[in-house]
Each structure stands twice: as C-alpha cells, then as structure tokens.
Design a protein around this ligand. Structure first.
Ligand SMILES: Nc1nc2c(c(=O)[nH]1)N[C@H]1C(S)=C(S)[C@@H](COP(=O)(O)OP(=O)(O)OC[C@H]3O[C@@H](n4cnc5c(N)ncnc54)[C@H](O)[C@@H]3O)O[C@H]1N2
Ligand code: MOO
Ligand SMILES: [Mg+2]
Length: 417
C-alpha cells in the first residue's frame, strides 16, 4: 500500500493558489451584482454630497447675522421661504433673512449655517436664536464623503450591500465584475441515500452534497449538481470526465483515502490529472486531495463530514474566490482565548469546530461539541475554527489561540497560519 507524505497546510494552500487562473470580466446590471467581485475600481464620478446640504430640519442663515446673540439678547430672523429636500432656494439669503430648510436640501446662496428647529423660538415673521452660529455650522459639505475622482473601492473587492449603495450613488446601472467559475458537486459512496429516503441498514443520508452546495452558495459561487454515485470505478470515472467537461472545477466528496472502494486516486490517474497533494498535516481532512487538469481543479474532499467541511473552507473556497478575482479569498483570522481546556495532543494541525463569543475578557472560543472527523453536529453548532498547530498539546482555558471565522462575507488577503 502506498504511504502518503503529509504536507503542511500552508504549503497545500499555496500549491492550490499558485494554480489559480483568474477568470475574465463581464458587465452585469447593478441589481444582480451582490456577491460578485469588482473587475473595475469604483471611482467617484462626482462629489458626495454633490452640493452643500442641510443635515437637519431647521433654518438656513448667514452666520454673521447671529453674532452677539445670547439668552438676554435673542436675535430675530425673517423667513423668506421654504426648501424641502429636492428643491433649491429661489433667491439668495440677505441680511437677517433665513430659509426654512429640511434635511438633505441644498443650502441656498448666501447662507452658511443651519439652525435646528430646537434651537429657535418662533415669532410672527420668523424666529429668534439665543446663540451665535459659526460659518459652516451644521452644514454637510459638498465632497465631504467622497471627492470627485477619488478611487473609493479597489478592483478585486467583493460587492456587498454597502458597495451596491456606493455604485448606485454614482449611477453605475451596470458594473464590470469577474466571471464566476461553474463548480460541479458530486458525492461518492455506495452507502449514500437521498435526503428524502428512509434509513435502511448500512446506509446513511448524503449530507456532504447539500452542505458543500450551501458552502458554495454562501461563497457566491454557482454550482452544477451531479448528485450521488455508487463506488463503481467505471461509472464514477465517466461521471467525473463529463463533469470536468462542463465545469471549471469539480468537488467530489468521499473515496479519497486508501480503502478498497476509494476510487478517486485511480480516477485522477486515469484522467492524467496532476495531483498537487493527497495528504495534509491537518485533522480533520488529512486525506484531502487536490488535482489539476489544465486550468481545471479537482477537489477531492474527504467523505467524513467535518473533514469535508474543513477541506472546503480551507482549500476550495479561496481557490474559487481567487478565480472570481477576489483579492481577499481567505477566511478572516482572529485571536481568541480558549473558553475551556483542550488536552488532546495535536500531532497534525487541528481545526476544531467552535463557537466564538465576546466576553468581558475579550473574544472567547469554545469547541462546538463532538469534534471527530466524522462529526456532523459540531459543524452545525460552530461558527469558527480554532487552529491548534501541529506538535502542540495540553491547551488550558485562557490560552490564546488562532481563530478562523466561518461564514463571514469579508475575507482576508493573506493566509497567515
Ligand atoms: N487505513 C486508513 N484508513 C483511513 C485513513 C487512513 O489514513 N488510513 N484515513 C481516515 C480518514 S482521516 C478519513 S477522513 C477517512 C476519509 O475517507 P474518504 O475520504 O475516503 O471517504 P469515504 O471512505 O468515502 O467515507 C468516509 C466516511 O464518510 C462518510 N460519508 C461519505 N460520503 C458522505 C456524504 N456524502 N455524506 C455523509 N457522510 C458521508 C462515509 O459513510 C464514511 O463513514 O478515511 C479514514 N480511513
Ligand atoms: O482526513 Mo481525516 O478527516 O483527518 O480525519
Ligand atoms: Mg474511504
């Protein structure tokens, strides 16, 4: 039997990332751009705000007219009209005059300060103030948010709800984004039943397929469904061949270890694919195998649910995001303290499904229960991975550990572990 040589997790990640080819750009309508990656920077096409405007409901005045105002010396202004948001003043504000003005409305010519309603007492022809106002007081200035020509968001950034607001602000009805890879998902295993099937002896329901598809969806990557296949070498080879013709990457689950029915290694050989690695010094997911055929990726994720989940997040996700041009394809990395002892030795780097929580002592992380490679409950409970480096043991509550966040829309530019 072949003895596989485990490589460090960081090396495995780098082997994959070195093979990534960024896809081309395409132009799509703004409404469909959520979750895509900008193939152009967002440049301020005009100033924001585009004009000086009022941040309050109140009165637009000339600051100099309020000079000397006090509780004992209230100064009066005459209101010459009203400006609601969307309107402009008809004429300049002259001495001791004011426009009634609403939040968001353009400051009329001549005026250079805004008095909030709450700071006034109404009179028959206007209002009085009891304090002087400075030039520029309560004015939201043209360009204070963004100046025309500024590069506000760089190319390679994920478009999220806030990005959509910025694009809309500048009239980007269409936006240039990177194309998305099409990713096939195939679950292998003679033991696999459909979600709708009743359990029968020896069989289990396919949970990896639905999980991986959900992980892809969460990462903003479309998938093509190849269902499940029995552990049959010829049938499985044909399916993988077809899937590779139709996709940019194929994610398989199961069949990558050294068992009699673990056929993926043979299939890679038959296809003439180059195996980048077939053993990683990590747990779970040590058997994760990644191969390439031309520009196409074959992610051979483990059949064990926790290993499959982890393999996707660590290896498939950054590769697919980088194909989509995302400059921050890695899971965000934080430091936290362990909420409980973790005494097991870690011969390989261990990724513990865990739950993070902010406490008065800072960010805490606790293992999310039954944490073996074949665990499914802890992936449901967890919202992060605690990373315990290989060669360590005997962690105590309070020890500082590395944490990788799961499900975060924002990513990290570098792999830091
Ligand atoms: N002699 C050795 N045996 C094993 C080794 C080893 O190094 N030497 N590695 C172990 C490790 S670690 C893992 S992880 C597993 C990996 O196995 P495979 O990736 O080949 O996956 P399978 O054998 O197909 O299945 C493993 C396990 O997962 C269940 N499974 C498979 N697919 C699904 C699915 N879609 N949904 C839910 N559960 C699934 C399957 O029933 C098995 O229980 O190998 C160890 N063995
Ligand atoms: O590859 Mo297995 O998940 O290490 O436990
Ligand atoms: Mg196996």
């Amino acid at each position: 039997m072949e003895i596989r040589k485990p490589i460090p997790v960081a090396d495995a990640v780098m082997h994959i990332m070195n093979h990534v080819k960024k896809l081309g750009a395409e132009t799509i309508v703004l409404e469909q751009s959520i979750g895509r990656v900008l193939a152009e920077p967002i440049v301020a096409r005009h100033s924001v705000p585009p004009f000086n405007r009022s941040p309050y409901d109140g009165f637009a005045i000339r600051a100099e007219d309020s000079k000397g105002a006090s509780g004992d010396n209230r100064l009066e202004f005459t209101v010459i009209g009203e400006i609601g948001a969307g309107y402009v003043g008809e004429r300049p504000v002259e001495k001791k005059e004011a426009y009634r003005i609403m939040t968001g409305a353009q400051i009329p010519t001549g005026a250079d300060a805004v008095v909030m309603f709450e700071q006034t007492v109404e009179t028959e022809s206007g209002f009085t103030v009891r304090k002087p106002f400075e030039t520029g007081e309560n004015i939201s200035f043209k360009g204070e948010d963004a100046a025309e020509g500024d590069v506000l968001i760089v190319e390679g950034t994920l478009i999220h709800a806030g990005t959509i607001a910025l694009l809309a602000t500048f009239g980007y009805a269409e936006v240039s984004v990177y194309q998305q890879p099409v990713v096939g998902v195939l679950s292998t295993g003679t033991e696999l039943l459909e979600v709708t099937d009743e359990l029968v002896p020896g069989k289990i329901r396919n949970s990896n397929g639905p999980m991986v598809k959900a992980q892809l969806t969460r990462a903003g990557v479309p998938f093509k469904e190849y269902g499940t296949t029995k552990d049959d070498l010829d049938a499985c080879t044909k399916l993988v061949e077809r899937a590779l013709e139709e996709t940019d990457a194929l994610i398989t689950t199961g069949g990558v270890s050294v068992g009699d029915y673990d056929y993926l290694p043979t299939i890679y050989e038959r296809l003439g694919a180059t195996v980048l690695f077939n053993k990683v010094a990590m747990r779970p997911g040590s058997v994760t195998t990644v191969a390439v055929l031309g520009d196409k990726f074959l992610f051979g994720l483990s059949g064990n649910p926790s290993a499959c989940f982890t393999g996707f997040e660590l290896f498939a996700r950054p590769a697919l995001l980088a194909m989509m041009g995302n400059r921050a394809p890695y899971l965000p990395h934080l430091k936290a303290y362990l909420a409980e002892d973790f005494t097991k030795p870690n011969p390989f780097t261990r990724f513990v499904r865990a739950v993070w929580k902010l406490t008065e002592n800072g960010l805490a992380a606790a293992p999310a229960g039954f944490n073996k490679s074949n665990a499914v409950s802890s992936i449901a409970r967890g919202n992060c991975l605690i990373v315990l480096p290989s060669g360590t043991r005997g962690y105590s509550a309070g020890d500082e550990v590395d944490l990788l966040l799961i499900g975060s829309e924002q990513g990290a530019k570098d792999w830091v572990l």
